[in-house]
Design a protein around this ligand. Structure first.
Ligand SMILES: *Cc1c(COP(=O)(O)O)cnc(C)c1O
Ligand code: SF4
Length: 334
C-alpha cells in the first residue's frame, strides 16, 4: 500500500532531515575523518553534553588531522572532566538573571529571550553546556509571560537566543516575531545563531520568507571562529540572508588551538567581510566547567588583538571583550 504525506502535517524540511541525521557517534565521526584510534580514546567523556555535529560541518574538516580547528570545537575529550578552580557550571551567573518565560535582562534597553535549548551543534567550550534549560525555556510554554514583561518594561531590542533560535520551525518563528511586532517600544529584533555556519541549508526559502515578512529583524549575529568554517555553501546562505536587508555581524570566541593566532583571526575577518559580515565581538572564553583547556589568557589575547589593529582596517577588527557577571555591558579588554 502506498502512503501519502498528510496535508495537515507540513513535510519536514531538508534542514530538519539533516539535523536528524547529524553525527552523534564518535566512532562514526572518526571513521568519516580517518582519525587514528587514540584521537577518540576518551571522546565519550561527557554524557550530559554529547557529541552533536551536522555532516555539512564535518565535510569542512581535514581528514586524518586530530588537530583540525573545526574538529577541536566539537570533539569531546577527557580534558573536559578535569576540575579546574574558577571554572563553574554557571560562570555568567545567568540563573540569577532569568525571569519568567526565558528572559535574561542584564543590559539596559535590550532583553535576551531564550527561545529553545536546542542547538545544531554542541560546541565544547559553550558556557551554556550545563545550563538548566528545561526550567527556563520560553518555547516550552507560552511566550505570554515574557511578552507581557517586555511590553511593561519598554524593551527596545529583543535578542532571540538559546540554544539556537533557528532551531525553531519557521512556523514558530513566524508566530513569535508576529507577537514581538506588537510590542509598543520595540525598535528591532536581533537573532543570535550558529545555524548558517554549521548547517547552511537552514537558510532556505521558508526562512527567507519569514525574514521578509518581519523586517523588524534587523540584525543577525553569527558565530564563526575559523575561516575554514565559511565555505561556498555558507557564503551562499549569508548572501541570501543579506538580500533580505538584515545586517550581518559575527561573534567569535578566542580558543586555544583553534584560532589563537593572528593569521587565522585576520583571515577570518577578511573572509567574513567577503561574505558581507562585519566582525563584532571576539570573546574571551567564559570560565565554564570542562572548557579550561580552551583558555587563552588576557595578555596573549591583548597581543593578538593589537596585531589585528595593525593589520586590518578598523572596521574589520572585532571588539575584544569578556563577560563579567554584574556588569552593565560586555567588558572591553584594553
Ligand atoms: C551579550 C548579551 C547581550 C547583548 O549585548 P550587546 O553588547 O548589545 O551585543 C544582551 N543580553 C545578554 C544577557 C547578553 O549576555
Ligand atoms: S549556544 Fe551556540 S556556542 Fe553554545 S553549543 Fe549552541 S551553537 Fe554552540
Amino acid at each position: 500500500m502506498t502512503t501519502f504525506p498528510s496535508t495537515s502535517e507540513p513535510r519536514r524540511s531538508r534542514w530538519q532531515d539533516q539535523l536528524r541525521d547529524a553525527i552523534r557517534d564518535v566512532v562514526e565521526l572518526a571513521s568519516l575523518l580517518d582519525l587514528p584510534a587514540d584521537a577518540i580514546r576518551h571522546a565519550d567523556a561527557a554524557a550530559d553534553f554529547p557529541l552533536l555535529v551536522p555532516r555539512a560541518f564535518v565535510a569542512r574538516m581535514r581528514k586524518g588531522d586530530p588537530r583540525d580547528p573545526l574538529l577541536l570545537q566539537i570533539l569531546p575529550t577527557a580534558l573536559e572532566a578535569v576540575d579546574v578552580p574558577g571554572y563553574t557550571a554557571d560562570p555568567l551567573a545567568e540563573a540569577a538573571h532569568f525571569a519568567e518565560g526565558g528572559l535574561v535582562r542584564k543590559y539596559r534597553g535590550r532583553s535576551l529571550l531564550v527561545t529553545t535549548g536546542a542547538c545544531p551543534v554542541h560546541c565544547r567550550y559553550c558556557f551554556r553546556r550545563s545550563f538548566p534549560y528545561s526550567e527556563q525555556v520560553a518555547a516550552r510554554g507560552a511566550f505570554e509571560a515574557a511578552l507581557a514583561a517586555l511590553d511593561a518594561d519598554g524593551t527596545e531590542e529583543v535578542i532571540l537566543s538559546g540554544g539556537d533560535p533557528l532551531s525553531l520551525s519557521d512556523r514558530k518563528l513566524d508566530a513569535l516575531l508576529g507577537r514581538l511586532g506588537a510590542l509598543r517600544a520595540l525598535k528591532r529584533v536581533r537573532i543570535h545563531t550558529r545555524f548558517p555556519i554549521v548547517l547552511p541549508d537552514r537558510v532556505d526559502a521558508g526562512l527567507i520568507r519569514v525574514l521578509e515578512r518581519h523586517p523588524l529583524v534587523r540584525v543577525i549575529v553569527l558565530h564563526s571562529n575559523h575561516p575554514r568554517e565559511i565555505d561556498a555553501s555558507v557564503a551562499a546562505a549569508l548572501a541570501a540572508l543579506r538580500a533580505t536587508g538584515v545586517q550581518l555581524l559575527n561573534q567569535a570566541v578566542l580558543l586555544a588551538g583553534v584560532n589563537d593566532d593572528a593569521d587565522t583571526l585576520a583571515e577570518l575577518c577578511e573572509r567574513l567581510f567577503d561574505c558581507g559580515v562585519l566582525p563584532y565581538y571576539l570573546h574571551l572564553l567564559d570560565p565554564v566547567a570542562g572548557a579550561a583547556h580552551f583558555d587563552v589568557d588576557a595578555s596573549r589575547a591583548r597581543a593578538l588583538h593589537a596585531e589585528l589593529l595593525e593589520r586590518l582596517p578598523g572596521y574589520l577588527v572585532p571588539r575584544l571583550v569578556r563577560e563579567i557577571p554584574g556588569r552593565a555591558s560586555k567588558t572591553p579588554i584594553l
